[in-house]
Design a protein around this ligand. Structure first.
Ligand SMILES: Nc1[nH]c(=O)nc2c1ncn2[C@H]1C[C@H](O)[C@@H](COP(=O)(O)OP(=O)(O)OP(=O)(O)O)O1
Length: 160
């Protein structure tokens, strides 16, 4: 099976009323209209961490240094009806960065409380793995989508 290497990076900040995560509404491309994590394709010659930092900067104008990334796990997104969409996704979180989130051509960034994630506006599978990825451990998951490429056929995951 062919996997496209992609990343997702979740910036976290603590406020008076709990922890928030930076997500964003996708304006173009894959998952347009959905609220998603910042991230995207790993370019040739790039590490996954380098790609995560680059994508966060391109999508929201925020500078994250590689050593401030925490590895939060790995997800295989399987699209049996569109195998060319299969993605192997490296998850990261970060609590240190520089800059304020700014809208880009790709994303409208927005902070959300991790206790009230906008799951109804995200990929349906996010409810299976995102809360785990935002906790302190790591999550390993295989998410298989239905023929509609939207709803979840199966979700196998483990948390460490
Ligand atoms: N089922 C799924 N649930 C989810 O929450 N995120 C998913 C997903 N399947 C893919 N993703 C994420 C992983 C990756 O960060 C993103 C796809 O990469 P991109 O946003 O970079 O793609 P685009 O084609 O829009 O952009 P370019 O890389 O600029 O071509 O979608």
């Amino acid at each position: 099976m062919k996997w496209t290497a992609v990343t997702l990076c979740f910036l976290l900040r603590d406020g008076a009323v709990g922890t928030q995560v930076l997500l964003g509404t996708k304006k173009t491309g894959f998952g347009v209209g959905k609220i998603v994590g910042l991230g995207g394709h790993v370019e040739p010659g790039e590490s996954q961490a380098e790609a995560a930092c680059r994508e966060v900067y391109e999508e929201a104008g925020i500078v994250v240094r590689e050593h401030d990334l925490r590895i939060a796990g790995q997800i295989q997104f399987v699209f049996p009806a569109r195998p060319e969409w299969n993605m192997s996704t490296s998850l990261f979180t970060a609590r240190r960065w520089t800059g304020e989130p700014a809208e880009s051509d790709e994303i409208i960034p927005e902070w959300f409380h991790i206790s009230s994630l906008p799951l109804e506006r995200m990929w349906q599978d996010a409810g299976h793995w995102l809360p785990l990825a935002l906790a302190e451990g790591t999550v390993e998951a295989v998410i298989t989508l239905n023929e509609d490429n939207e709803t979840v056929a199966s979700a196998e995951y483990s948390e460490t």
